[in-house]
Write a protein that binds this ligand. Structure first.
Ligand code: URA
Length: 432
């Protein structure tokens, strides 16, 4: 392993055998975390070429079981976000698209760095189980058109271990590591068609459109080699999505969206991604037809009913979804006030994400426990005019000490201007 670390550190290209040696040794526990951390940092600085990225994806995909969904009739679709702040789209999209009769087979991840993870959000619903066998996953998708599972130790264990290590070693935001992490999971999970929500901006791991386009191309070429269809939608993550950040708070906002009164940006993004999922599945033929179908499923209550069904089949307490006030609630709240008068010209998703981690909503180390009730409700967003002393956000936590820690990041998050700023687009482009 020392030789392989030095080889990458010195900018050389690793062979398929080198990469397999690292991944297999790490998964078996023969290579310790500290050596893999050093290798990840070398990859971070030196990068990997397309062949190395493909070899890493393949080694990770094969590190555990692979799910065969071919028994389930229809085109199975999956969706993945490269991670953002306040990004609860899966909680809305999976039941929404399943309610249209399209099988949604979704493997999700946990919070990483300043971003949240779908599994942590779902687990804020008491009893919700994300671990299941491949057969249980298949049976649920077959019968209910929906299942959301975690990578257990059998499914892409390499990514599970690497993801946790990257999170705590500052090695998340690298194109090759992100591409191999996302694609190994998507490919092992067996869906025929995948929509990637590729986040760009302050709160995302990818900061520029050029990098997002490169990542989209790597993903499309990997999917094509494996006979899968993939569409990447490049979307903005300058400010948080919606108003809620933090696990149970986000579940509440997702429920409101499924009931037809969600925030405008979140609803718009779900309709956009959902319409691509419907088109890939063959259910609809164009964007507008998909959007109209999805809107009707929200308005007639079928999307929300599907979410209740999902919670039920995965062991969660459905009364928490029907009555969201039963979801975990923090003991304390604190109003964060504006230090200036003017328009909010920038609201850093990254700083808001870090503030929510300080409140207990995310992990500071890979062993950290999450406080499901902690988080932030924004009351103002970019473009809003505020007076000094107005409430910009309400912080939720179970210990007042956390408010002081979070405020350091809240103070960094806001920039003000005298004139109304232009808002960044939510959806930049679609790469097919
Ligand atoms: N999402 C993933 O699944 N993996 C990454 O590396 C980043 C975002």
């Amino acid at each position: 392993m020392i030789e392989l670390i030095k080889k990458k550190r010195d900018g050389h290209v690793l062979s398929d055998i080198d990469i397999n040696t690292i991944i297999n040794g790490f998964v078996k526990g023969e290579i310790p975390d500290y050596q893999v951390s050093a290798w990840l940092m070398a990859v971070f600085f030196q990068g990997m070429n397309d062949d190395e990225t493909a070899a890493l994806t393949d080694a990770m995909m094969r590190s555990g079981d692979m799910i065969d969904l071919s028994d389930i009739p229809g085109i199975k679709v999956d969706k993945h976000s490269t991670g953002g702040v306040g990004d609860k789209t899966t909680l809305i999209l999976a039941p929404l698209v399943a309610a249209a009769g399209v099988p949604v087979a979704k493997m999700s991840g946990r919070g990483l760095g300043h971003t949240g993870g779908t599994l942590d959000k779902l687990e804020s619903i008491a009893g919700f189980k994300v671990e299941m066998t491949a057969q249980e996953f298949i049976d649920k998708v077959k019968k209910h058109h929906i299942a959301i599972c975690s990578q257990n130790n059998k499914l892409v264990p390499a990514d599970k271990k690497l993801y946790a290590l990257r999170d705590v070693t500052g090695t998340v935001d690298n194109i090759s590591l992100i591409a191999s992490s996302v694609m190994s999971k998507k490919l092992a999970c067996g869906a025929d068609a995948i929509v990637i929500d590729l986040k760009v901006g302050d709160g995302a791991f990818i900061k520029t459109i050029a990098d997002a386009e490169k990542l989209a191309e790597i993903m499309i070429s990997t999917a094509t080699k494996m006979n899968r269809k993939l569409v990447a939608v490049i979307t903005g993550m300058e400010e948080p999505l919606g108003f809620a950040i933090g696990n149970a708070l986000e579940v509440k906002e997702a429920i409101a969206t499924l009931r037809g009164h969600g925030p405008e940006d979140l609803t718009k993004l779900c309709l956009e991604l959902g319409s691509h999922m419907l088109m890939l599945s063959g259910k609809t033929h164009n964007h507008d037809e998909g959007v109209a179908l999805l809107k009707s499923l929200i308005h007639n209550g079928k999307a929300f009913d599907k979410f209740v069904e999902l919670v039920d089949i995965q062991g969660g307490q459905t009364d928490m979804v029907i009555h969201p006030e039963l979801l975990p609630q923090a003991k304390l709240t604190h109003e964060y006030k504006s230090k200036a008068t003017g328009y909010i010209s920038h609201l850093s998703a990254m700083d808001i994400g870090l503030a929510s981690v300080r409140l207990g909503a995310g992990r500071e180390t890979k062993e950290s426990l999450i406080d499901y009730s902690a988080g932030i409700i924004l009351t103002k967003k970019v473009g809003d005019h505020v007076q000094m002393g107005d409430t910009l956000a309400v912080l939720h936590a179970n210990d007042a000490v956390f408010f002081t820690k979070a405020e350091e990041y809240m103070n960094l998050a806001y920039t003000f201007s005298e004139t109304k700023p232009d808002k960044q687009p939510l959806i930049f482009k679609t790469v097919k």
